[in-house]
Design a protein around this ligand. Structure first.
Ligand code: G6P
Length: 472
């Protein structure tokens, strides 16, 4: 098997299998779309988990990418994925919205599985290759890879927030995780604030010096090297959303959606993975109070909430689902009429076409995350509004708020403020909708996911060239 000059390492492979079928299809995520042309051009390899426990697969090629499956046993899934990644790191890094659990068996599994990914990546990478590690499930991989393969140029991108030092310092393995990340040459974050939190943790915990975006990392031979820790806000494949939004069948579907909801004057929309970071309860609460106060009526306003199933075996997620479904049931019980529903709740995932039709059907998009690395749904909504209509209510705690200042920015904890913001969005005159939407769309089109990957890989290329100069 030939080795690759460009390797992506991510918890998941960029493919999945439809139902019980043996056929692989490309996963719908933005990262996969973004990297597809890069992978194809570089004849790259992608190291990741196929998404099912105990599935041992040989490497295979899929649409121009060499896929290297990493096997996770049922125990690994429980301890590394559901445990350490999604019940320790995820809640800790999202500002402890849910309580993180610190379990030593989970950590041991995280170390073991990270090593497995690092070994698979080392095996797939050619001499002097570029390896790009993705996200919080694999924070130890950069250092493991550097130790095994000092010839590699290593990047890491952190898709979720990096918390303030006071929270980060709860982590019993705080030093090991920082050292793991610092194995990379470039460590990318969503927001400037995340990169700042990381640099502060490094200064306080490891006593390394930081200057602007540079961090001096001691090496085994007693010298230091500089790692770059910087914000590279991720984006979406804006053009593909625009193309979908211009398709007559999708526009017709948007009309059909409105009709099937009884043609209410206002459709409010929430689209999230069913996750406690997304502020779904706050949103339902605000909507319920607006109905209660008589500022909205169920005859002319419906909230459509798409909550796609996620991490369903983690107890916090099961509890959240019960809470949300109880809240939805209560609002609907109190306010539904025979012909109109207050909240149309859909615990389902939809193809991109249907999502774009929903975006076009919705007058107001509600993104009320309590903490979110970026929130790509906000960007998808904006890209889809080719008619320059609609209003975006956006949490300042989502990374997207740094770029989308023309949205109505809210603090989701402030329910009165959220209610007022929703009413401003509902009542926003078309001229103001157009003015704001044009500004939002300009930003998303000017900085799409291709720019994101190019910016990151350009920063990494500087290190690659330096490495080449040293070995030459
Ligand atoms: C977030 C994370 C991703 C993760 C995704 C879905 O966006 O940043 O790394 O893949 O959630 O979660 P899952 O646990 O299903 O992979």
């Amino acid at each position: 098997m030939s080795k690759a000059d460009f390797v992506v390492v991510a918890n998941r492979l960029p493919v999945d299998r439809a139902g019980d079928s043996d056929e692989w299809r490309r996963s719908p995520g933005g990262l996969v779309t973004a990297l597809e042309p890069v992978m194809r051009k570089a004849e790259g390899a992608w190291v990741g988990w196929p998404g099912q426990p105990d599935v041992q697969l040989d490497p295979f090629d899929f649409e121009g990418t060499h896929l290297v499956p990493v096997m996770l046993t049922a125990d690994d899934v429980e301890n590394y994925y559901e445990g350490f990644a999604n019940d320790t790191i995820w809640p800790l890094y999202h500002d402890v919205i849910a309580a993180p659990r610190y379990r030593r068996v989970w950590w041991d599994s995280y170390v073991k599985v990270n090593r497995r990914f690092a070994e698979a990546a080392a095996g797939a990478a050619a001499e002097n290759a570029i390896v790009w590690v993705q996200d919080y499930q694999l924070q130890l991989v950069p250092k493991m890879l550097r130790d095994a393969r000092p010839d590699l140029t290593i990047g890491y991108f952190h898709h979720i927030p990096f918390p303030a030092y006071g929270l980060y310092s709860q982590l019993p393995w705080r030093k090991q995780v920082l050292e793991g990340l610092l194995g990379a040459d470039v460590i990318g974050f969503q927001r400037v604030a995340d990169a700042g939190n990381f640099a502060r943790a490094v200064r306080r915990q490891l006593r390394y010096e930081t200057k602007a975006s540079g961090i001096s990392v001691p090496t085994a031979d007693g010298t230091t090297r500089t790692a770059l820790a910087k914000a590279f806000p991720i984006s979406i494949d804006a053009e593909s959303y625009i193309e979908l939004a211009q398709r007559p069948d999708i526009q017709a579907r948007a009309v059909e959606i409105r009709e099937s909801l009884g043609n209410p004057k206002t459709i409010l929309l929430g689209v999230d993975r069913l996750d406690y970071t997304k502020g779904i309860r706050h949103r339902i609460k605000a909507f319920q109070e607006l109905l209660e106060d008589g500022r909205l009526s169920v005859d002319d306003a419906t909230l459509v909430q798409v909550a796609s199933p996620s991490r369903e075996r983690v107890a916090t997620y099961m509890k959240l689902r019960d809470e949300i479904e109880l809240a939805v049931g209560r609002v609907n019980g109190d306010y539904d009429t025979m012909g109109h529903t207050a909240v149309r709740y859909l615990h389902q995932a939809y193809p991109r076409e249907e999502m774009v039709a929903l975006f076009l059907a919705a007058d107001v998009m509600l993104v009320t995350a309590l903490r979110d690395g970026m929130n790509l749904v906000a960007k998808e909504y904006v890209a889809a509004r080719v008619d320059n209509r609609g209003a975006l209510v956006l949490s300042e705690f989502a990374g997207a708020a740094d770029e989308l200042g023309s949205a109505i920015l809210i603090n989701p904890h402030d329910i009165d403020g959220l209610k007022d913001a929703i009413m401003r969005a509902v009542e926003m005159p078309p001229a103001e909708q157009g003015r704001r939407m044009r500004a939002l769309r300009r930003r998303v089109r000017e900085h799409d996911v291709e720019d994101w990957s190019r910016d990151f890989l350009d920063a990494l290329a500087v290190f690659h060239e330096r490495g080449a100069a040293v070995t030459a």
